[in-house]
Design a protein around this ligand. Structure first.
Ligand SMILES: [Zn+2]
Length: 165
């Protein structure tokens, strides 16, 4: 008699952990969930990051329990100048990151970021679909980024910019 048991191919049960070493070498971890590569200036390969910013991102990561992608971390002066990025550009000081959060809308992400005290600036960029956060020690400011300009968010216009489309 042939047995018709479904054929579960034997999975090797040895849980290999050896990959972590290789992974570490590639990613150059700077905190639990973020690596040096995440924040490196994409064009120049230069790197600079404030640990306060990394701390804030880890806090946010813990809160939302979802993967956070760093769209832009550090941007060196030369690249910022060339692009004519926003005048007040804290990316060039390693104090700002543009992010997206997996499975969350920009509005949801904005609201989550608002609860992290050390995040002093939040910019929502709907066109390019990212949230800019920064951690310079100042009073909290929120704005919408549009055509390389910052539009201050007020009680009146906040709703318009934070509506999920
Ligand atoms: Zn930014």
């Amino acid at each position: 008699m042939r047995s018709q048991k479904p054929n579960f191919s034997k999975k090797s049960s040895s849980k290999k952990r050896s990959f972590s070493r290789t992974k570490k070498r590639f990613t150059n971890k700077i905190s639990e969930h973020f690596s040096k590569l995440d924040f490196t200036c994409k064009e120049s390969g230069k790197f600079k990051i404030s640990l306060g910013l990394v701390g804030a991102l880890e806090e946010l990561r813990t809160l939302v329990k979802k993967r956070i992608t760093i769209v832009k971390g550090y941007e060196c002066n030369e690249v910022a100048e060339k692009k004519g990025s926003l005048k007040r550009n804290l990316h060039t000081q390693g104090l700002a990151a543009d992010i997206t959060i997996e499975g969350m809308s920009l509005t949801e992400s904005f609201k989550a970021a608002e609860t992290i005290e050390s995040i002093s600036g939040i910019g929502i960029n709907k066109k390019e679909n990212y949230l800019h956060i920064e951690t310079r020690k100042t009073e909290r400011r929120c704005w919408a980024e549009e055509n390389n300009e910052e539009i201050e968010l007020t009680q009146e216009n906040k709703k318009t910019y934070l509506e999920d489309s």
